[in-house]
Design a protein around this ligand. Sequence first.
Ligand SMILES: [Zn+2]
Length: 432
Amino acid sequence: MNVFDESGRAASGARAAARCRILGGERYSDMSGGLFRPFLGTAHIAAMELVSAWMREAGMIVARDPAGTLVGRYEGQRPDAPCLMIGSHIDSVHNGGFYDGVLGVMLGIECVEHFARRGERLPFAIEVLAFGDEEGSRFPLSMLGSRALSGKPLGTVDTMTDRHGISLHDAMAAVGLDAARIAEARRDRSGILAYLEAHIEQGPVLDHEGAAVAAVSGIAGIQRFHVQIGGIPGHAGTVPLAMRHDALAAASEIVLEIEAFAARHASSLIATVGRIEAFPGAINVIAGRVVLTVEIRSVDDAVLEGSVGQVEERLAAVSARRGVAYTIFDRQTFPAARCDSRLVSMLATAMEQAGLRRRVMVSGAGHDAMMMTGWVPSAMLFVRSPRGVSHHPDETVEIPDVEAAFDVMTRFISDLGRTGIGPENESHAREQ
Ligand SMILES: [Zn+2]
C-alpha cells in the first residue's frame, strides 16, 4: 500500500507513522547513528521546515510563535472562531525514539487533512502546534513552548546557556527569534476552546492489556526529596555487628520499606528510590553516611502530600531501631494536572464509537498538556508503546494503533463540533 495515497483512514494512520520515521532520518538529527533533535539545533530547524510544508499541504496557514512553536491554523466556519489546539513536541532527547512527541503533531496534521479534504469547516478553528522544546534536552528548562503559550513563569531564560555555552538568546537570534520577546507567545485564553494531545504511552500498561489507545484522566504530580542517613563509620573487621550503626544497612531497609509502601498503595501512587550513595564508600569501611533520593508520583495531590509523612514514619521507625539519624532535604513538589473530565469522557465515547474498549488511565510522565490543564480544557490520548520502550531508538508504534488514534481523534473533533464541550459535570471527574 502506498501510505501517501490519501485514500482514507488507513492511509492517514500509516502516513502519520511514516512521517515520524522520515523525521527520524539523518537530516533531522544532530547526532550520527541515532536521533537527537534539541531545541533550535540544525535538525530542529530542518524539521520545522518539513513539518510546515506538511501543515500547508493539509490546508493550514503556518506561522512560528515567539517561543519557536510552529502553529498551523485551519479556520473554522467563521473567521476568528476559538480554536481546538492539537499539540505535542518535535524536539527529542539524546538518542531518543522517532515517535515521542512527533506522533502527536503528525496525528494533528492528519486530523486537519481529514476535514480539509472533505471541505468540512467546524464551529471552531483547529490549530496544530509543534512545540520546539518539551524535553529540555538543550537548555535547562523543559516545556518552553507550552510554558510561554500558556503564560507560565519562564524562569531564567535571560541567562540560560546550553552545554557548549551558547545562550538561549544567541540560539534564538540565529533563527530570527528574540529571547526578550518569548513571553509574547502567550495566547489569549478566550481564543482557545480546548487542547488535545496525542502521545505514545511511554510505558507498558496498554501493551500488557492489549489495548490500542487510552484517554488520560490526568498527569501525575511528583514529590521529590533526598534522605540523608547518618550512622557511625568504622572498621569493617573490628566493629562487631551488634555494635554497629551502619548507615548503608539502614538505607537498604528503608529502600525496601518504600517499595512495600508503594505496593500497598499501588492504586493511588508509585514510589521509587532511584539513586543511593554511601560514604566514605570503601570496601573495608562501615558506611557512616548515605544519601538516597525518593520520588513519589500520584495524580491526587492530597495523596501525594500525605505520602511524604507516611514515608517519613517508616524512616523514623527504621532509624530509631538501628540507632541512626535521618534528615530530609531538597524537597520539590510538582502538582498533578487533571484533564478536563468532559473531554476525557468524550474521548472515551469516541473510543467506543470506533469499536475500541473504553479505557482511561493516568499519565506517569510529564507532557506539554501539563502546562495547558487548569488553563484551558485539556485532554490527552495515549497510543500503545510496544514493550513500553521509550526515550530509546527501539521506541516504536503499531500502525493499526495509530489508525485507531486517528479514528478516535476525528470522531472526538466531530462530536466537539456537534455538541461543544458541554456543562461541567463532576461525576466524570474521577473516571479511571
Ligand atoms: Zn514527549
